[in-house]
Design a binder for this molecule. Structure first.
Ligand SMILES: Cc1cc2nc3c(=O)[nH]c(=O)nc-3n(C[C@H](O)[C@H](O)[C@H](O)COP(=O)(O)OP(=O)(O)OC[C@H]3O[C@@H](n4cnc5c(N)ncnc54)[C@H](O)[C@@H]3O)c2cc1C
Length: 406
């Protein structure tokens, strides 16, 4: 097993349960470092909607079907409940351990591996892998950075993505796959803030609101998300942006995109125009800026009005129907151009990885190298925010581990 993250640990447990002798080689000094920092240290372990394939993306998103089908939400919850984890559901159907500690997830997975006799080697970064022959049969030979050698009849690669180099993530695992003949897709940061060329956004830096954000995708499709939207000095972030980035970032390589923001989620321009009419009639002496007090963050109102060319100090009883309609239309459909993602150091996942065309979706075994399996984020699969990336890691780890033990 190469990699002691979410996928690697589940694969090791399942293979050892089936009676296999398992060695897990983890490049860093600790198991599950991404689990530890996930969900702000609380680990959003999965999602009530984890079985819904629409949350998973990649060049061939249907590749996930077999893995998810054989480790559905119910089984995932039962597996973790058996370890000792109780769940709490939060907004967007996200499931967290009630301990609120990601550490408990890693501790319990490590404990299960210990009980099953899995040999765990930390600080064992695999830098070379090839095929050798022992007692007449082909075996994998793995060499770590210290020059130590390990051999095995079968290998599961679960070395993760390339985001967060400060946690030791790098391309070493992907390079090993390439060395064995596998092809990679382009790699992009995913679940990541977006950069905008719009300079006025810097004036709204630090403001977080609830908004509906839409963006047009290739092929006439549209992605929509309603949640936190955070303005930053480089562009936009927050739950809604991170989530939309899963589908938008691959398209941003070719061209800029325009986000359409409704500052009043679920409400139409007509409804907002009517709302402004009532507010302006009730308090006709107020300035345009003050007329939004209690309705929209004051830190947003001034920059938005300035950007539209409105005089924020103008009394509302001097403004007509046309101005009101213009405001209502803009505030429910505000365009923000975005030019690209922040770098990998700010990304929760890697979009892209080992090409799925070269892997059997029903077994996760390589079509090119018999006995070699892939699981987790290093495969060209990524998912929406909310526990779906872990679900892919758990489920693919289990499928690869089961095949190893079969
Ligand atoms: C800040 C942050 C928060 C996140 N929060 C969530 C969340 O709440 N919910 C969710 O679903 N997802 C979350 N994710 C995504 C999730 O962590 C990953 O999708 C998941 O960890 C992928 O599991 P994996 O086992 O494939 O890879 P990883 O967990 O990255 O594990 C790969 C392991 O392989 C090791 N490795 C790499 N190369 C080698 C090598 N050559 N030799 C040996 N070992 C090697 C690495 O050190 C690492 O331990 C978050 C990610 C980040 C960065």
């Amino acid at each position: 097993m190469v990699g002691g993250g979410a996928a690697g640990m589940l694969a090791a447990i399942v293979a050892a349960e089936a009676g296999e002798r398992v060695t897990l080689l983890e490049g860093s000094g600790k198991l599950g470092r991404k689990i530890l920092i996930s969900g702000n240290g609380r680990c959003n372990l999965t999602n009530r909607a984890a079985d819904d394939l629409r949350h998973y993306h990649g060049t061939h998103p249907r590749f996930v079907r077999s893995a998810l089908d054989q480790f559905r939400l119910e089984e995932t919850l039962a597996f973790f409940a058996d370890l000792g984890i109780e769940f709490r559901e939060e907004k967007r159907q996200r499931l967290f351990p009630v301990s609120d500690q990601a550490q408990s997830v890693v501790d319990l997975l490590a404990d299960r591996m210990r009980c099953l006799g899995v040999r765990v080697e930390t600080n064992a970064k695999v830098m070379g892998m090839g095929m050798g022959r022992a007692a007449g049969s082909a075996r994998f030979e793995l060499r770590d950075a210290e020059g130590l050698c390990y051999t095995g009849a079968r290998v599961i690669m679960a070395s993760g993505g390339v985001s967060l180099a400060r946690l030791g993530a790098d391309r070493s695992g992907l390079d090993l796959a390439v060395g064995l003949g596998h092809r990679l897709t382009d790699l992009n940061p995913g679940l990541v803030p977006l950069i905008s060329p719009e300079k006025y956004l810097a004036r709204m830096q630090g403001v977080k609101i609830r908004a509906e954000v839409r963006v047009a995708l290739k092929g006439g499709r549209e992605a929509v998300d309603t949640d936190d939207l955070l303005f930053t000095k480089y562009g936009v972030s927050g739950f809604t942006i991170l989530n939309l980035s899963a589908r938008l970032v691959p398209e941003l390589r070719a061209k800029r995109a325009v986000l359409r923001v409704n500052f009043f989620p679920g409400r139409s321009p007509e409804a907002i125009s009517q709302l402004l009419k009532e507010r302006w009639q009730r308090h006709p002496h107020r300035s345009l800026e003050l007329s939004f007090a209690g309705l929209l963050s004051s830190k947003l109102v001034r920059p938005l009005l300035d950007h539209l060319g409105f005089d924020a100090a103008q009394r509302v009883d001097q403004l007509g129907k046309g101005a009101r309609w213009q405001l209502a239309q803009h505030l429910t459909n505000w365009p923000i151009a975005v030019s690209g993602p922040r770098p990998f150091d700010y990304a929760e996942v890697t979009i892209g990885g080992v090409r799925t065309e070269d892997i059997n979706p029903d077994t996760l075994e390589s079509f090119l190298v018999p006995g070699l399996y892939f699981a987790g984020e290093m495969v060209d699969i990524h998912a929406d925010l909310g526990g779906f990336n872990f679900q892919w890691a758990w489920a693919s780890g289990v499928l690869a581990g089961r095949r190893l033990g079969s």
